[in-house]
Ligand binder design. Structure first.
Ligand code: MG
Length: 255
């Protein structure tokens, strides 16, 4: 069932997602060669707590429930797609790309957003991948309005990514969000020809294309979290949480 939010819920979700946006914006200033992903994580946890939020991913149980996510941020470098675990051993290098996913709980409501940053100067292909993923997200959000269907979002994202010669990851998707991090509906980023559920005002959706420079195929590492491309190609991920209104989508995670 897709939950429609009350005015009060929407204002709490604005607050949760404002924290996400602030943290993502400030992380952009910190990302440079030589920084470890653990440093980013430690800073982000303190910043979120300072803004009266709680880390939304830390302790989040996976499918089995046996291996909760251990950190505040997901940090995914180069061929890592999503859910990379911050570590003292992971030192950013010139030319890397790093996807950072931030989840926040504020007064019982979730915020969720992600951004892929270049580390120093990056290859033209990496730049194109990042630009395409951001563009795909914007086109997807433009379709997120009452009266449209979920399939319109997928079609816009998939079409944009294909046109640039990249591929949309199929095993992962966006999601409804609210009192839970993952609510209905599932929001596919690739178009399977189905129109899907009709969109309504007061739905809150986390739209998050993940795209690969090579094949769409991905696998999960032995840490049970880190998702990587099967062919080792680069991957990018951008995410906004949006609230649907009668006049289109309000982006709650705008930096
Ligand atoms: Mg998400």
């Amino acid at each position: 069932m897709i939950m429609l939010k009350t005015d009060r819920e929407l204002s709490l979700m604005r607050a949760a997602n404002r924290i996400v946006a602030l943290v993502l914006g400030e992380l952009g200033e910190m990302i440079k060669p030589g920084v470890t992903t653990l440093e980013l994580d430690t800073w982000a946890e303190q910043r979120i707590l300072g803004l009266k939020g709680k880390p939304g991913f830390k302790g989040y149980a996976g499918r089995s429930g046996a291996n909760p996510f251990p950190a505040t941020l997901c940090t995914s470098i180069n061929q890592e797609v999503v859910h990379g675990i911050p570590s003292l051993q992971r030192i950013l290098q010139e030319g890397d790309i790093i996807g950072v996913d931030v989840g926040v709980i504020y007064e019982g409501y979730y915020g969720d957003g992600a951004y892929t940053y270049p580390v120093g100067s990056i290859s033209p292909q990496a730049r194109d991948l990042l630009d395409t993923c951001q563009n795909a997200l914007q086109l997807g959000i433009a379709q997120a309005r009452s009266g449209n269907h979920l399939g319109d979002i997928a079609k816009a994202i998939d079409g944009c990514v294909r046109a640039r010669g990249f591929q949309v990851v199929r095993d992962l998707s966006g999601h409804g969000i609210g009192r839970s991090l993952h609510e209905d509906p599932q929001i596919l980023n690739y178009y399977d020809g189905r129109s899907g559920s009709k969109l309504k005002s007061r739905m809150t959706l986390a739209i998050e294309p993940m795209i690969n420079a090579g094949s769409y195929e991905v696998r999960t590492l032995d840490d049970e979290w880190t998702v990587v491309t099967c062919d080792g190609s680069l991957s990018a991920h951008y995410e906004h949480t949006v609230a649907l209104t009668d006049n289109g989508a309000e982006i709650l995670t705008r930096c």
